[in-house]
Design a binder for this molecule. Structure first.
Ligand code: 5GP
Ligand code: ZN
Length: 115
């Protein structure tokens, strides 16, 4: 838990969040400013600022985040048409919140370009 981290506060129920999934390792909640009709953030319960600070100790939880994202894609009804999983890292990667998160984006076509 990092005292000044908004995602740590959502995980700890100290800030409101529309939580869709939670287990002992990860939490998933809807993005407050959805970029696509379905926009869910999957975060590790442990505070890891960004991919740059992730270590081999975090390998299992990073894989778990991907599989939780897949399950949520099915639950949200976007698995068949497709979706995008993104982890922004650092200023040029567009990271704003420094607690690792996986964006699950879907519900509209993103085909035709990556950036
Ligand atoms: P980043 O740019 O760091 O990859 O993404 C941060 C995301 O967190 C943004 O999509 C932003 O809308 C979302 N976000 C920022 N503050 C909050 C918040 O307090 N609650 C929720 N649910 N999402 C947030
Ligand atoms: Zn945090």
């Amino acid at each position: 838990m990092s005292e000044d981290c908004i995602f740590c506060k959502i995980i700890a129920n100290e800030l409101p969040g529309e939580i869709l999934y939670r287990d002992d390792r990860v939490t998933a909640f809807r993005d407050i400013q959805p970029a696509t009709p379905v926009h869910v953030l999957i975060v590790p319960n442990k505070h890891i600022p960004s991919m740059n600070e992730a270590t081999s100790e975090d390998e299992a939880v990073l894989g778990h985040m991907q599989l939780v994202a897949k399950k949520l894609a099915i639950k949200e009804g976007i698995a068949e048409k497709g979706y995008r999983l993104i982890t922004n890292t650092g200023p040029e990667g567009g990271q704003v919140v420094y607690h690792i998160h996986l964006h699950l984006l879907g519900g509209k076509s993103m085909a035709g370009g990556l950036v």
